[in-house]
Design a protein. Structure first.
Length: 95
């Protein structure tokens, strides 16, 4: 259903209510051949061992994964780098 899609859930329930897979699906925007963005996100998280594994994966490793090309890999790496930079700020400067 439309109201259960990650983007819509984020709007009405807030980002904190979403799973890692749902947040990643929003970044991916669309899936690939035979799978939607949420299924792709679940597969990537399982394949790389969660968010920490995705953060440690290289650009090339992501691109070698089925359905992930340069565009999706850059979106993932960019979002993870923003999170890393946020964690590197002083505690009083974090939201």
């Amino acid at each position: 259903p439309l109201d259960m899609r990650p983007r819509e859930r984020l709007i009405y329930a807030g980002a904190g209510a979403l799973s890692n897979a749902e947040l990643l699906a929003i970044l991916l925007r669309v899936g690939g051949r035979g799978e939607n963005a949420l299924r792709m996100a679940e597969r990537l998280l399982a394949q790389f061992g969660g968010v920490a594994g995705l953060a440690q994966a290289s650009f090339d490793e992501l691109c070698q994964t089925g359905g992930v090309g340069a565009a999706k890999a850059t979106q993932i790496k960019s979002a993870l780098e923003m999170g890393r930079r946020l964690m590197a700020t002083l505690p009083q400067d974090r939201p």
